[in-house]
Ligand binder design. Sequence first.
Ligand code: 3H9
Length: 686
Amino acid sequence: MHVDRTVQQRVAIIRFTSPPVNALSIANGLVAGLAAEIDQVNALENIDAIVLAGSAGTFSAGADIKEFDHDRSRLDVSRALFERVAASRYPVVAAIDGTCLGGGFELALACTWRVGTASARIGLPEVTLGLLPGGGGTQRLPRLIEPGAALDLMLTGTILDADKAARVGILDAIIAGDVIAGAIEWLQTSGAQPHREVSATSKIAAAVHARGDVRGVAQRAILACVEAAGTLPLAEGLAIEARLFDGLLDSPESLARRYAFAARRIAARPPLGVDGIAHPLQSVLILGAGTMGIGIATAMINAGIDTQLFDPLDGALDRGQRTIASTLEREVTKQRLSANERDVRLARLGMVTDLEAARPADLYIEAVFEDLSVKKDVFETLDRLAPEGALLASNTSTLNLDVIAGFTKRPADVVGLHFFSPANIMPLLEVVRGAKTSPATVATAMAFAKRIRKQGVVSGVCDGFIGNRMFEEYLRQSYFLLEEGALPQQIDQALERWGMAMGPCRVLDLAGQDIGWSVRKRRALEQPDRPYSRIPDMLCEMGRFGQKCGAGFYRYSNGRTAEPDPEIDALIVAHSAAIGVTRRAISEEEIVERCIYALINEGARILDEGIAYRPSDIDVVYLDGYGFPADRGGPMYEADRVGLPAVVSRMRAFAQLRQGWAWQPAPLLLELIEQRGNFSALNASA
Ligand code: 3H9
């Protein structure tokens, strides 16, 4: 950490550096260093103003999150810094380059003015950590800009680019070129006066009232703070904000979200032993213009990657191009993308009908039909055509990557890249490491995941990898619950109330019932001793493949809205009778426990087999790929929260019900209980 000061043309420039993100650490002395500089400049004469700047393209990512678990009173040290800045004898301009988030933005809000370069990214993302802006943000922002806009930023954690920040009144100017030189010039030429508070009390009250139905604890606390900003003097509002912030630090929601913040960053690092040296990938060729191929191509051009899409089938590329163009067009219509940027992105996309004539690429991603003989042809061709050193990736979700790698003479360069549909939206990317995949290939794939703004998680090879293998057990329980007395809407409602983004029956209708059908047919041959319920097969036999054909577990008479269907309810009830099961009332608690504990049990097996490297990796897969509630941290985190002995004791109770074979506790769970350990301890040692 380093804070330095220079003076140019009667302007004191205070510059701070604390890699990697200029977090406002108390422990490393940054906050104290900044406070000392502000005091010293205020003691100087012949100064007109102060410029406060970060370094290396970052203003500050906010308070140091890692320090929240230690001494809370330390946060008052940051708050005292912000008050010193606000009370400075000389006006202070925050010169913002790059990220300016959370406490970093609150530091800037305490300044007299804010200017930023085009790369400035500004926001208050505390809510994503289950917190509120606790360094004055809830008090100063609604006094600076429209209170409704201020509230929306705080309630959603949205990050604004420089243009938007200027438009709403956060930035006083956008600087071209060097941020410090630009800030000095702006100070000398703009004639700017300190801002006056723009927000009348009634406006704040109206903005709070309009958003009164928020659900999360952090959101509710944000509303309370902003309400105080409308009625109380600044100092009193700041005191309320500090008190509510400190209370949130211990909330289960914030603890879970902070765990997830760290888990995502840990997951993004290849595990020890496979931490090779990554090399950059500049160009990609995608094979197969089906739904996955098109989604992957969209993700690539959105991330600035030179992309070719190959498909030999008549019309496939035209369809692909149209779909991609209309996806981007929708973004333009919603004003999330400029027409110019749309054109730039589309220009990155090339269509290829003849693989032999395609430009060589750094990465090839196969997204063809899920059939081993088709994959064989593709990988043999790639082995012949791809330049040396290129990565050969398969997007398979069910086939054995080691077998696929065996179709080439370069298995070290073969890796699985399991995207989740829609691939341009879902953040998760399982990076599948085959037995012969080299550490450098894994590292390169993980670095590439970050480049395309996906959350990479390394998985070993097994059927379904981490996510889908666990999901199968979750679905198995959902189907048994249907047989025993529940209806689709009851199962979905229980899990959605618990926090899942979407219940399993709705998920299956959305994904297409036919996908699961083919897996179940395969399983019936491979694992005849682990039968599924016949209910989902019966839907498929009726042609009810889900939303795409207007009927699945639900009816979709107006497109997307799932409506309970009495025909399906009757079919389920009749099926229970046909297999001799007396239906019973099933509680929400049982539904949730059976589905979630099935995830935990299979997760423990996956860990034991070394398919997942850390419990927290499994949690990241579920948070970012399966709509697991962020406030609950992921299935393995949830297992620790409930307590492993309690989880296993419920499993043993479920084993007394029908299909008890599905409730054999994973050996790792029993081992951890015996050692009085838990998944969190495994994370710490991984
Ligand atoms: C707050 O400010 C509360 C205040 O209201 C109260 C004040 C009194 N602290 O994500 P990356 C680390 S709450 C500590 O891979 P990127 C991160 O762990 C805070 N460490 O890079 C990683 O370390 P490692 C509100 C932090 O380029 C490394 O930096 N602020 C912090 O993809 C690189 O991170 C936020 O919520 C931090 N605040 O993204 C912002 N931030 O290499 C949180 C990052 O050891 N941060 N690290 O794993 C972000 O959103 C992204 O990290 C950022 C960079 C966009 C900054």
